[in-house]
Design a protein around this ligand. Structure first.
Ligand code: ZN
Ligand code: ZN
Length: 366
């Protein structure tokens, strides 16, 4: 049982409804579990929110009690309806709408809309989703993300990366420390990528022994009340290949340039461009194979997107990563990632772990 004070969601359902009320629908059927959690505080895996002037959370028999407790603890105004025997949450939700049904095409499957038609929905209307509303964090949400980031900082400081330990050992110790420091668990699958594995941006930890001379990329975050944090550090175990050491300097410079570009009014493309400029100037841009960053909240990857061509505009209260990296099969990889909150004028770091440069291979002595 979670004894912490729940995140307050009061006001969100009415704001969300106002944002779509002009579309002529009688209500929107919200099916994405993270949208549902954000709107109502309900953390169960199955349910539908009938988002109209008077919001209703429809759940099945397993979740009746939990839904009532969580919505009232979160200050949610939605009524809770439990689908009765022989009726599904979809049947019940459609029955409650009584008019044109709105839905978010980005998160609603075709199978789902077919079920709604079968349940009697006559007109289905695509409306915008609520992912954009989730991008700006309220103080309650920011406090959770900041806590998750601080926990990860402390856990990383407690995790020794030494020769002989396996990638899995490091992952296990890090995740154990996160839980001991107060996390509900890791915020996503922790990445520990050593030696040649560091060239793979999404490597999953293996039983490979970490060796002297390895670069080790650790990408980790914690979860607190459903909110996540995200951070990457690259360290050297002993002296690393001079190419990796120089890459580390370049990535650190690019990352700082990206962080400096994060401010209200900047687009995702602006931040991405600031990072790529530095990498290109050093002639290594071709080895940066992913986007510069993303929003973080209830989902580990959500808007705003900081990547080439992104027109997402940063606003105060958004939480984003800046995470350039360089990867080459025959060399290895380096990534540095911080989590930031956009402030009134620029940004503030939520992750504070030191970024120690790995020592380069010392010149051979004769
Ligand atoms: Zn990450
Ligand atoms: Zn990330």
């Amino acid at each position: 049982m979670n004894v912490r004070v729940p995140v307050r969601v009061a006001g969100r359902a009415s704001r969300a409804w106002e944002s779509v009320a002009g579309s002529g629908v009688a209500a929107v059927l919200v099916v994405d579990p993270l949208d549902i959690r954000w709107l109502t505080g309900f953390t169960g895996s199955a349910g539908v929110v009938v988002l109209g002037p008077l919001p209703v959370l429809v759940v099945d028999g397993r979740y009746g009690e939990q839904a009532a407790e969580e919505t009232s603890a979160s200050g949610c105004a939605a009524a809770v309806v439990v689908a009765q025997h022989g009726s599904t949450v979809d049947d019940e939700a459609v029955r409650l709408v009584g008019g044109a049904v709105g839905f978010d095409p980005a998160v609603t499957t075709v199978a789902r809309t077919a079920r709604w038609r079968a349940a009697g929905a006559r007109s289905l209307v695509e409306v915008g989703g609520f992912a954009a509303m989730r991008m700006v964090k309220e103080p309650d949400e920011l406090a959770r993300i900041e806590r998750a980031a601080a926990i990860t900082d402390r856990a990383l400081a407690l995790t020794e990366v030494r020769p002989g330990a396996t990638e899995e050992d490091v992952r296990n110790r890090l995740e154990e420390s996160m839980r001991r420091e107060g996390a509900d668990g890791p915020g996503y699958g922790t990445i520990v990528a050593s030696g040649p594995n560091s060239a793979l941006p999404h490597h999953r930890p293996t039983s490979r022994d970490i060796r002297l001379g390895d670069a080790v990329v650790i990408d980790a975050g914690a979860e607190v009340d459903g909110y996540r944090s995200d951070m990457t550090r690259t360290t050297g175990v002993g002296a690393v290949d001079p190419i990796l050491a120089s890459w580390w300097e370049i990535v650190a410079e690019a990352q700082e340039a990206g962080v400096a570009a994060v401010r209200p009014g900047a687009t995702g493309d602006d931040v991405d461009r600031a990072v790529r400029l530095v990498l290109d100037r050093h002639g290594v841009g071709e080895w940066f194979v992913h986007g510069t960053g993303h929003g973080v909240g209830l989902a580990i990857h959500e808007g705003p997107w900081l990547r080439r061509g992104s027109i997402d505009v940063l606003e105060e209260g958004m939480v984003v990563t800046v995470e350039p990296g360089l990867y080459r099969r025959d060399v290895g990889g380096v990534r540095i990632e911080d989590l930031l909150v956009v402030t009134r004028t620029a940004s503030r770091h939520l992750t504070h772990s030191p970024k120690d440069a790995p020592c380069p291979q010392s010149a051979p002595t004769t």
